[in-house]
Ligand binder design. Structure first.
Ligand SMILES: NC(=O)c1ccc[n+]([C@@H]2O[C@H](COP(=O)([O-])OP(=O)(O)OC[C@H]3O[C@@H](n4cnc5c(N)ncnc54)[C@H](OP(=O)(O)O)[C@@H]3O)[C@@H](O)[C@H]2O)c1
Length: 295
């Protein structure tokens, strides 16, 4: 089994925490070794990922009820399977559930180089939707821009550029976005919101800057913007009895992976014994690489 190494945010803000002692890890892929005689959906050799958050994937073995696991095809790359259950699903829902986007429409997002952001770029590209991608400035910005362009990003700008008049040039070739995806909060979000179309929607799914979302009154009164939030864990709870929607999402994502249109995020593979280094790297700025624990 391999699991991604991002620690959960602090218990003060994060509403899901397993009782201690607990095994860490929300994401990962494992192989079924044995099944009980009443298990119908899984068989030995199947690849499985967690059906919900909090499974505890930083382990080499485990025994689980079948409904806690989701079968995934074993013909996709193992790194794609290990990182499938949270970020690509979140990106898929963000693009599908808030605005009815059609090819040619545009979406703006901050933290565009995050795991979710990379999936947004690729899923949008496959659907003909243009992306405006905001990242923090850094010494190796051209390298990061090249990487995101390779994934299919249409425009990449820094947070500082959001405030510049040159932003108008972007909207000569694509429409203003109807959807903004906010992973940051604070100033970055306020600036991003300025470019949203009237009656457009901004969805907050992360708060990396640990700052509240501040919205000018004029954005509500004169542009009637809509502010929403999203949490994948809640979506899964709400759709526990709607396996058709879950299967449709997983099928769509696996098809994109098979066609090479959705790749695993940039990753660093770390043997389990070096987990401290992985945890430290996961908390540093500008790393742009998921820490994957190899178990
Ligand atoms: N609501 C949901 O269902 C859901 C689902 C998945 C993830 N999330 C949340 O989304 C966030 C990103 O997750 P991920 O797995 O995609 O993360 P990730 O791959 O580790 O990326 C983190 C991103 O945040 C940026 N960042 C960090 N500190 C920042 C700051 N102070 N200001 C602006 N940008 C900052 C990083 O940019 P640099 O490269 O510049 O450091 C990077 O782009 C997390 O908060 C996670 O909890 C929410």
């Amino acid at each position: 089994m391999s699991g991604t190494g991002r620690p959960q945010p602090s218990c003060r803000t994060y509403p899901v925490l397993s009782p201690l002692p607990a095994v860490g890890g929300n994401e990962g892929v494992g192989e079924v070794l044995e099944v009980g005689h009443r298990v119908t959906t899984l068989k030995p050799g199947d690849w499985v990922i967690p059906a919900n958050a909090g499974l505890g994937t930083w382990r080499t073995q485990g025994v689980f009820p079948e409904e806690m696991l989701l079968k995934v095809p074993s013909d996709i790359p193992v790194l794609c399977a290990a990182t499938l259950s949270v970020n690509p699903c979140t990106a898929f829902r963000l693009l599908a559930d808030f605005e009815s986007l059609v090819p040619g429409d545009s979406v703006i997002q901050n933290a565009a180089n995050s795991g979710v952001g990379q999936a947004v770029i690729q899923i949008a590209k496959a659907s003909g939707i243009k992306t405006i991608n905001v990242v923090r400035d850094r010494p190796d910005l051209p390298k990061l821009m090249e990487r995101l362009m390779t994934l299919g990003a249409d425009h990449i700008i820094t947070e500082e550029m959001l405030r510049k008049p040159e932003m108008k040039d972007i909207f000569k070739s694509i429409p203003k976005p109807r959807l903004a995806l906010n992973c940051v909060g604070g100033k970055s979000t306020t600036e991003m919101l300025r470019h949203l179309q009237p009656k457009g929607t901004m969805v907050t799914y992360g708060g990396m800057a640990k700052q509240p979302v501040m919205v000018p009154v004029s954005a509500f009164i004169f542009r009637d913007v809509r502010l929403r939030g999203f949490w994948m864990t809640q979506w899964r709870k709400d759709h526990a009895q709607d396996q058709e929607s879950v299967a449709a999402m997983m099928d769509a994502l696996c098809q994109l992976i098979r066609r090479g249109q959705l790749t695993a995020p940039a990753c660093t593979e770390v043997p389990l014994q070096d987990y401290r280094a992985a945890l430290e790297a996961s908390m540093k700025p500008f790393v742009s690489s998921k820490q994957i624990l190899l178990l």
